[in-house]
Design a protein around this ligand. Sequence first.
Ligand SMILES: Nc1ncnc2c1ncn2[C@@H]1O[C@H](COP(=O)(O)OP(=O)(O)OP(=O)(O)O)[C@@H](O)[C@H]1O
Length: 334
Amino acid sequence: MTTDTPGDGTLSEDGPDASPTSPQPEAAPFFRVAGDTAAMADWLEEALDDIEAIGQRNFAVASAQPPRSEGWGRLDAIATGFEGLDAVGILHPGSLTIIASRPQVGRTTLMSDFCRAAAIKNNLPTAVFSLEEDQTRFFTRLLSAEARVARHHIHCGVMTDEDWTRLARRMPEVVGAPLILSVPARLTMAELSERCHKLAGEHGLRLIAIDGLQAIKPHRYSDLREREVGDVARGLKTLARELDIPVVVTSHLNRSAETRYNRVPMLDDLRESGAVTYEADTIILLHREDAYEKDSPRAGEADLIVAKNRQGPTFTETIAFQGHYGRFVRMMTT
Ligand SMILES: Nc1ncnc2c1ncn2[C@@H]1O[C@H](COP(=O)(O)OP(=O)(O)OP(=O)(O)O)[C@@H](O)[C@H]1O
């Protein structure tokens, strides 16, 4: 694990609870509540079958061919595992946090890092809505990050014995984590709200994470895309306040950053931005120089640009990107 805030996972004025006797997660007490929603344990068999099938497919191909070579607002905030973010406690009850980036920079990875910190590291019931990838991809993303097994080893079916050993070692904690994953093909804001209220009532949710703000259908349709996205952002903020838990959502940025000489994103790059920028409590703009320039002297580094923070200062935290493991880590972690 890359996070180091054990205990109940919330940040108190005295800093993270470092009690060594914190209870370990028990077997997942969650059940499939709808066709596309289930606890990690319930997805396990399906995901393992998929991983095995990928391996089988590749074995068949390989047989036939030559082998391929802490401060403001910290009280009750949920730990993300990233020092700068946790120092200001961004994931506080009732807040809406937006993680925004250009494509392929790593916003889903950062969101899943937050979920791992909450559900796996700190045993806090977490609901994840993945609107951009299926359950196997999301599950293997978590497993890669936790077990430190390269994502392409899983997806290309080239798992080594060492990979299987690492997976087996981390599997119990991952499937035992109170993480409820939903992978609906289509989701309206009304459905999302209804599902979250239900899950919150049944499981005492402490975090809601959604991959794909622009994929959520609004309450009402409009000719203006900006109005629709604004309605969704307002709905997410209302949801966070009604349930009094933090909501995190990933968002696209428009192309403006790419026309700038250094490509560093800005708040105005938020697609259909006005209402989204207004509703969010915190906006994290994710930037990696090496997403544009492979030989950048900052290869492997990522900037979390906290461009809006209603409860505290704006700042930039630099972390390391380990794309092969599908995770971000603190700069000092190896
Ligand atoms: N096995 C791997 N080895 C190295 N890097 C990888 C691997 N798998 C994925 N990546 C990198 O991870 C990044 C994508 O991460 P992620 O899916 O979190 O991005 P995203 O911003 O959510 O993307 P999208 O635009 O698809 O929503 C890309 O830069 C990709 O090259």
